[in-house]
Design a protein around this ligand. Structure first.
Ligand SMILES: NC(=O)c1ccc[n+]([C@@H]2O[C@H](COP(=O)([O-])OP(=O)(O)OC[C@H]3O[C@@H](n4cnc5c(N)ncnc54)[C@H](O)[C@@H]3O)[C@@H](O)[C@H]2O)c1
Length: 248
């Protein structure tokens, strides 16, 4: 069993889905967690020992910088907030493309840039960025902007790992398959309208995994906690696939 005793960890997009699972599991493993999300109301339901909450929209660069200015250094930063645009390339408008990069990539650039001085000053730390197998790893229908943005997350992750290795920084990307979360449920509901029913639409998403099911947020959260722990100190700069066998 890994421990995160004594570690302070900031999680973005922590009110729901994988971010929430990561915040809860990290606190359960002994960390003090600052769970942030743009949805202040949803954060109020995150009532767990070891978890404090703060409203943070990751597209607000000034708010990110203000938060890191006042907070003591974090041992761990988990960039979970993200957004899926559904469309082929020709269905993607300029705004859809820009928003995909703003939420999925620029946000991580800004949080890492704000977090690094404190982390380095404290002797090091761990950064985990939520990418996806819909990225440089595999094409999926209707994910042009999303996959391009998540491929950028992998590139950014590797660059940070290499540039700050001597400063004690480890930087990872995690690439999930299809995980049951509020936004996935919305995507299932949208597909259900064209497929004739929720069960058919859920079966479509579940069937993408050779394991024949959706992943659960905890199955990603446990792996992220391992990466944040001192059990993973020889690992950095990798994009870890947890996808129910899609890329097996
Ligand atoms: N669910 C999947 O199948 C899947 C697969 C691969 C990768 N991912 C990625 O995992 C991450 C988490 O997705 P999920 O599906 O677990 O959760 P989700 O999308 O259901 O919820 C994420 C949380 O992020 C918050 N959020 C959204 N935009 C934000 C912003 N601008 N600032 C701060 N918070 C914001 C939401 O309020 C919500 O609480 C995303 O980066 C997503 O792209 C998801």
């Amino acid at each position: 069993m890994i421990t995160l005793d004594g570690k302070r960890i900031l999680v973005t997009g922590a009110a729901a889905g994988m971010g929430r699972a990561i915040a809860e599991l990290a606190a359960g493993a002994g960390a003090r967690v600052l769970a942030t999300d743009r949805n202040a109301e949803a954060l109020t339901t995150l009532d767990v020992d070891g978890v404090e909450t703060a409203t943070l929209d990751v597209t607000d660069k000034a708010a990110i910088e203000a938060l890191f200015d006042v907070e003591p250094p974090f041992d761990g930063l988990v960039n979970t907030a993200g957004w899926v645009f559904h469309g082929t390339l020709t269905e993607t408008g300029d705004e859809d493309w820009a928003r995909s990069f703003q939420i999925n990539v620029d946000s991580i650039f800004h949080t890492i840039r704000a977090a690094l001085p404190g982390m380095i000053g404290a002797g090091g730390g761990t950064i985990v960025n939520m990418a996806s197998i819909a990225s440089s790893m595999k094409g999926f229908h209707f994910r042009a902007a999303y996959a391009a943005s998540k491929a950028a997350v992998i590139g950014l992750t590797k660059s940070v790992a290499v540039d700050y290795m001597d400063d004690g920084i480890r930087c990872h990307a995690v690439c999930p398959g299809t995980i049951r979360s509020p936004s996935l449920i919305q995507r299932i509901e949208a597909l259900a309208e064209t497929m004739g029913g929720y069960e058919e639409a859920e079966a479509y998403f579940a069937g993408r995994q050779p394991m024949g099911r959706l992943g659960e947020p905890d199955e990603i959260g446990k792996f992220v906690c391992f990466l944040l722990s001192d059990a993973a100190t020889f690992a950095t700069g990798q994009a870890y696939v947890i996808d129910g066998g899609i890329l097996a």
